[in-house]
Design a protein around this ligand. Structure first.
Ligand code: G3H
Ligand code: ZN
Length: 276
């Protein structure tokens, strides 16, 4: 069923496990994520970045996810990932998104707070939760991250009214080389607020760090790059072994199986299996 992300993420925060927030840009990845969540009896968040929305077309992508979520046996939330403008937040809410992230981390703190507050008000008017980002998450090998300042946490949470807080604690977007988390920093941040914290850029973060972070308030873990890599690896492997196969449905079914296996593994690591 299609639900908002609030209850599942707060339940995870209280139970010291995390909800997987997996990015999609097409039918195949969406189906594979939902199949994995059903097999593991896990609530799940399906996430669409602005790039995915641009690739697939907003109505089409939202339509696929809403349809698959509604048919699903497990709770599924449809999430806007890194919404950079209030106009995009408004469009997503109109299209029936059940979870929003406004990303004002490119602005200075004051503007981040002002814009995030507006996004939160728009989302809450539709009873949809809203995530904000404090600090800045860089891209592996390209631009550096700016770690979250724990002294800014209480003010940001109170001024914006965010439901979940994305923090920058050492991970980067993309699959980087040395993505160890700053667990001491996370401890400090977690001592400042009781709201669920969000780990972005989880592709490339060691499993042991993810587990440790979940004990310290991380209740939503975002994965994108490793899903796309699993897709391409699955496609290559299958075509290498079956060069004569000409039916894309046969090929993509095998790719979907690989993505499902990967997502099931992440769900088990996050501890959100057997929660439905
Ligand atoms: O918002 C999406 C995530 O932060 C994904 O990061 O591509 O490193 O897995 P990733
Ligand atoms: Zn992210």
């Amino acid at each position: 069923m299609l639900v908002t992300s609030k209850e599942m993420v707060y339940h995870a925060r209280a139970g010291k496990y995390a909800i997987g927030c997996f990015n999609t840009s097409d039918l195949e990845i969406t189906k594979a994520i939902i199949a994995a969540a059903e097999a593991q009896k896990a609530p799940v968040i399906i996430s669409t970045s602005p790039k995915a929305i641009e690739y697939a077309g907003h109505e089409v992508l939202a339509g696929i996810i809403k349809e698959e979520a509604t048919k699903s046996k497990v709770p599924v939330a449809l999430h806007l990932d890194h919404g950079l403008t209030l106009a995009l937040v408004e469009d997503c809410l109109k299209l029936g998104y059940t979870s929003i992230m406004f990303d004002g981390s490119g602005s200075d703190l004051e503007h981040n707070e002002i814009l995030t507050r507006q996004a939160v008000e728009m989302a809450h008017a539709k009873k949809v939760p809203c995530e904000g980002e404090l600090g800045f998450l860089g891209k592996a090998g390209q631009n550096p991250s700016k770690l979250t300042n724990p002294d800014d946490v209480i003010g940001f949470v109170q001024k914006t009214g965010v439901d979940f807080l994305a923090v920058s604690i050492g991970s980067e977007h993309g699959h980087g080389e040395n993505e160890a988390l700053d667990i001491k920093l996370l401890k400090k941040i977690n001592s400042q607020t009781g709201i669920p914290l969000v780990l972005h850029g989880a592709s490339g973060v060691p499993d042991k760090d993810i587990k440790e972070a979940i004990k310290l308030g991380i209740a939503k873990v975002n994965i994108d790059t490793d899903i796309r890599h699993t897709f391409v690896r699955g496609l290559r492997d299958f075509l290498d072994k079956n060069p004569k196969e000409k039916d894309p449905r046969e090929i993509l079914t095998k790719v979907m199986n690989e993505i499902q296996k990967y997502v099931e593994g992440r769900i088990k690591l996050f501890g959100s299996n057997n929660r439905v």
